[in-house]
Design a protein around this ligand. Structure first.
Ligand code: CS2
Ligand code: MG
Length: 409
């Protein structure tokens, strides 16, 4: 079975998704996700103009060989654009292999280590009442672990609200999709946020009790001293984990956050290569590795990194936001079933419009996802529907502090 054609589909049923389509000479078609939020076009050009031609004629089942060739051949390797392109190709090849052998991808990865997948959803509240009510609704739905975010009015300036990024679809107020960078940026004050974080966490524990796992994403907005303080002050509320207390390049400083507190830490959604994960694993600075399968080059390298993490007692918590497509979410779930050191799966529900393009239904009950036993990744793409939703440029918002200086978003 040889690759006969590689192409891309850029579609915006709700937000932008870049799909890589690989066709084999047997007629089998595989799809993979190559979406890089806000930078979709460079990845598309890379796949279509630089990689597709080389792939055509290659044996479709030699996934690792193809991956190594594409990764190393550039010489100037790495980075999110390159690794997202590779991810789209890698996922599509796993999809083809599964379809050709009539097997779900998790079977090709060694088979299921578990029957179902523990997942967490986002919950966002614009005020305390809404946060508590929405958390209770999630718990009534069966959720065992919640990722909470909230909004804090500035005590000195009531017109200003500090809020964390979130993708709580039900609030219909996602902070992560804006028009463009010329729009008035959001503002940020870490001191006000930190004070409110401790207050809100206390409130949630009081109101929701001990039987729900709590996750908070600091989204790389804190300094080392702030991260240390937050991790320590959150300790009494025993979070499931505190996510991204520091930006990824500052990993060395994680040592200090680790030393300051027993709060479990999670990191990894901005890593692109296995080598990026080494310091945090080797030093055991984190408890959960949160790779984004689409920005990490796909299923093949994510599997390698999970194996490495296992050796250091670190579990997986793959990134599952709505800015990657159901193809990537499916890839996550196949890995979740197959890796021994699975921890938890982030799962942001897509807007209903997304399913007009991606035919995929998962069943979540009692806080766990049951993965359907369909061949390949198990997601079908309606290419005509995708064509009806053309690409619409969109970017992440920008964040500035009270002095007007750029702040990590
Ligand atoms: C977030 C993401 O899900 C998460 O943990 O950090 O929503 C992130 O903000 C987006 O993927 C950015 O595109
Ligand atoms: Mg995050």
């Amino acid at each position: 079975m040889h690759i006969s054609r590689v192409s891309t589909i850029l579609t915006c049923p709700d937000r932008n998704y870049l799909i890589v389509r690989v066709e084999a000479d047997t007629g089998v078609v595989g799809y993979g996700d190559a979406t890089l939020n806000g930078r979709e076009r460079p990845v598309q050009v890379l796949v279509e103009e630089h990689l597709a031609g080389w792939l055509e004629g290659h044996e479709a089942e030699r996934i690792e060989d193809i991956w190594q060739m594409l990764f190393r051949h550039t010489y100037f390797r790495g980075g999110p654009v390159m690794l997202s392109a590779l991810a789209g190709i890698d996922m599509a090849l796993w999809d083809i292999k599964g379809k050709a052998h009539d097997a779900p991808v998790y079977d090709l990865l060694g088979g299921r280590c578990r029957d179902r997948v523990l997942a967490y959803l986002h919950v966002h509240g614009r005020n305390d009442e809404e946060l508590i009510a929405r958390s209770r609704a999630r718990m009534d739905y069966g959720c065992r672990v919640l990722r909470y975010s909230f909004e804090t009015p500035d005590p000195r300036n009531p017109d200003t609200v500090y809020r964390q990024p979130h993708q709580d679809i039900a609030t219909k107020e996602r902070v992560e999709v804006t028009g463009d960078l010329r729009h008035a940026p959001a503002v940020w004050d870490s001191e006000v946020y930190m004070r409110d974080l401790i207050r809100v966490t206390h409130l949630l524990r009081d109101e929701l009790g001990e039987d729900v796992g709590l996750i908070h994403d600091a989204h790389e907005r804190l300094s080392v001293a702030e991260a240390r303080q937050v991790a320590r002050e959150l300790e009494p509320y025993h979070l499931f984990f505190l996510e991204d207390p520091l930006e990824p390049l500052g990993v060395g400083a994680l040592r200090e956050v680790r030393a300051a507190s027993a709060t479990p830490l999670a990191m990894g959604e901005l890593y692109n290569t296995v080598a990026d994960t080494l310091p945090v694993l080797q030093e055991r600075w984190i408890d959960y590795l949160r790779l984004d399968v689409t920005h990490f080059g796909g299923i093949s390298p994510a599997r390698r990194a999970a194996t490495l993490a296992d050796a250091y007692g670190v579990r997986t918590a793959f990134h599952g936001p709505s800015d990657i497509s159901p193809l990537a979410h499916a890839a996550n779930l196949h890995l979740d079933l197959a890796v021994p050191n699975f921890g938890i799966q982030e799962f942001v529900e897509h807007d209903a419009r997304v399913f007009s393009v991606f035919d995929w239904k998962i069943d979540m009950s009692d806080g766990y996802i049951n993965v359907p036993a369909r061949p390949g990744l198990g997601v079908d793409v309606d290419e005509d529907a995708a064509a009806r939703h053309p690409y619409t440029p969109g970017y992440l918002p920008a964040l500035r502090d009270a002095m007007g200086a750029v702040h990590d978003w």
